[in-house]
Design a protein around this ligand. Structure first.
Ligand code: SAM
Length: 225
């Protein structure tokens, strides 16, 4: 059957209904964030569950699994990730906006995961080299990109040495966002073009097995060989 805008909306609604079960805390979190003036740009619940599943897969058999997120916002995706890592897992999440980081800190406390989450209040491009010095190469099991789309290729270069072999690199907005979609003509939107470069880099990289899941705005995933 041919995909139409209505069918795409209905498909997304179906995915959220069937694969987006969440607890009351997560269900109300983004409404509270919007009332506090934060933008409504978090992942959807079905993508949150996917992130949690990826985190659980990478944490399997690891004594102290560690994940890194670029772009915390209100802590919504971070809560999914750290829950997926399990009780011994830790998440470092990077957020330069003080208002977002303050809100997220509170959300992590309310969710009962604050002792396993650390917010780095700086820009991703500043945080990544420091994390490599601090933790060393191959020190993260999962790395999730969800900050500035035009910076994804640079995140990739800096995140690659941090990710362990067998670990997962995951990127949101691999196919679109509120302002662009991947079939927007090249040369008309900087984020589209930058994400397209990132997708092709990941898909063709010798060091990764990669795929894209066309749910919501697209989730790219690469497993480091
Ligand atoms: C799409 S939102 C993240 C949503 C969040 N991952 C979720 O799904 O719940 C992007 C976040 O990246 C933050 N951000 C902006 N510039 C950044 C940068 N240079 N480095 C890291 N994060 C940045 C924004 O303030 C915003 O909170």
């Amino acid at each position: 059957m041919k995909m139409t805008p209505e069918r795409w909306d209905a498909t997304n609604a179906y995915c959220r209904e069937v694969f987006g079960r969440q607890d009351d805390h997560l269900a109300g979190l983004m409404e509270r964030a919007a009332r506090a003036g934060l933008p409504e740009i978090a992942v959807s619940a079905d993508v949150g569950r996917l992130l949690s599943l990826f985190a659980a897969i990478t944490a399997s058999g690891r004594a102290s699994p560690r994940a890194l997120e670029l772009g915390t916002l209100a802590g919504y995706s971070g809560i999914w990730i750290v829950r997926g890592l399990g009780p011994h897992g830790r998440l470092i999440t990077v957020e330069p906006e003080a208002k977002h980081a303050d809100f997220a800190q509170h959300a992590f406390e309310e969710a009962g995961v604050a002792d396993r989450v650390e917010i780095r209040r700086e820009k991703a491009l500043e945080a990544l080299p420091k994390l490599l010095k601090e933790f060393g190469p191959e020190s993260f099991d999962l790395i999730f990109f969800d900050a500035i789309k035009t910076e994804y290729v640079r995140y990739f270069a800096l995140a690659h040495p941090l990710l362990r072999r067998g670990g997962l690199l995951v990127a949101d907005n691999a196919l679109g966002s509120g302002e662009w979609w991947i079939d927007t003509p090249p040369g008309t939107n900087d984020s589209r073009d930058a994400v397209d470069r990132f997708n092709r880099l990941l898909a063709e990289h010798d060091g990764y097995d990669a795929a894209v899941l066309p749910i919501r705005e697209g989730v790219a995933v690469g497993r480091k060989r």
